[in-house]
Ligand binder design. Structure first.
Ligand SMILES: O=C(O)C(=O)CO
Length: 307
């Protein structure tokens, strides 16, 4: 799809939302405003704009770039064909878009591995990490989401913590020569992921300080942390030295900002004021269906983009 088609479609949808009768009512100034780059590197994902852009991956990237997005993330990148990975990477290079996270151990998240002393489970993690390096390099990714698996119900907590820290150090040995960074993601128990070992931001902070390597940091997902502990701004401040990456999603519902209880305008402004220039992954659904729902997502991010 050509850029002008994307813009026309955007204008059309915006027009429908504003209940105007024709495309001519959309001024040039409004069209320019819709395509201006966001000041924060908000990163959509495949599928988020498929009604506006179509199913093709490249068209979705082009559409998003036209809307002013300068980053992207794809949790499932490891499962894509090499051909698709190359197509995505070359399109993003042409569009000057930055690659955000992919999930490093996508098939191992639901296992007891990092906290265990089982040799085979630990070797499986290291092998998964080695396999991730090639994918990350192919798509120009720097950040790898890591979820350190399930709690061991029989092993005392402190042994589990020590096992986890030790295995993460071994992962760092694999990643650091390639300039890659694991971002450990605490995931909430009450709504989405009961039983996972890592769920609190102070726990993630403790682990990163103990691992003490530049390639082991925190992915602070505002949605998950709102559910687990709330108190977002003070917790972000406590963990600040270990956070190179954020994700967003409102609660309840895990949809775009403005659909729940989180004051994203203030949270984003706070991290921008602290000098954050990294990516904010839009790891959530769309609250409304179709093209109108996609326009609502874009509009929601315009409303919370820091000044
Ligand atoms: O699985 C989830 O809920 C995540 O946030 C993974 O990034």
């Amino acid at each position: 799809m050509q850029r002008r088609d994307f813009l026309a479609q955007t204008a059309l949808a915006a027009g429908a939302m504003a209940s105007v009768s024709s495309l001519s009512n959309i001024s040039k100034a409004e069209a320019a405003e819709t395509s201006k780059p966001f000041s924060m590197k908000f990163a959509p994902h495949f599928g988020m704009f498929k009604h506006s852009a179509g199913e093709d991956l490249v068209d979705q990237l082009k559409f998003s770039s036209d809307q002013g997005f300068t980053a992207w993330e794809d949790n499932g990148m490891k499962r894509r064909s090499v051909e698709d990975q190359k197509r995505i990477a070359s399109t993003m290079e042409q569009l000057n878009m930055e690659m955000g996270v992919l999930v490093a151990l996508i098939d191992l998240k639901n296992k007891i591995n990092f906290v265990s002393d089982d040799k085979a489970a630990r070797e499986e993690v290291l092998q998964g990490m080695r396999e991730t390096v090639d994918v990350a390099k192919r798509v120009n990714a720097k950040w790898l989401t890591v979820v350190p698996g399930y709690v061991h119900s029989r092993l005392p907590h402190d042994y589990q913590m020590a096992n986890c820290i030790e295995l993460l150090r071994q992962c760092c040995d694999i990643l650091e020569p390639h300039g890659l960074t694991m971002v450990l993601e605490p995931l909430n128990h009450p709504t989405n992921h009961p039983g996972l070992f890592l769920h609190e931001s102070p726990q993630a902070y403790l682990i990163c300080r103990a691992v003490n390597r530049p390639s082991c940091k925190i992915l602070f997902d505002i949605y998950h942390q709102q559910i687990t502990e709330g108190n977002l701004i003070p917790n972000i401040d406590h963990c600040w030295s270990e956070i190179p990456y954020f994700q967003a999603g409102d609660n309840p519902g895990r949809n775009e900002p403005g659909t729940g209880e989180i004051n994203f305008k203030n949270v984003f402004q706070h991290i921008a004021n602290k000098g954050y220039t990294g990516i904010v992954g839009m790891e959530h659904g769309n609250s409304q269906p179709g093209v109108e729902g996609e326009q609502a997502v874009i509009k929601a991010y315009r409303a919370v983009d820091p000044s």
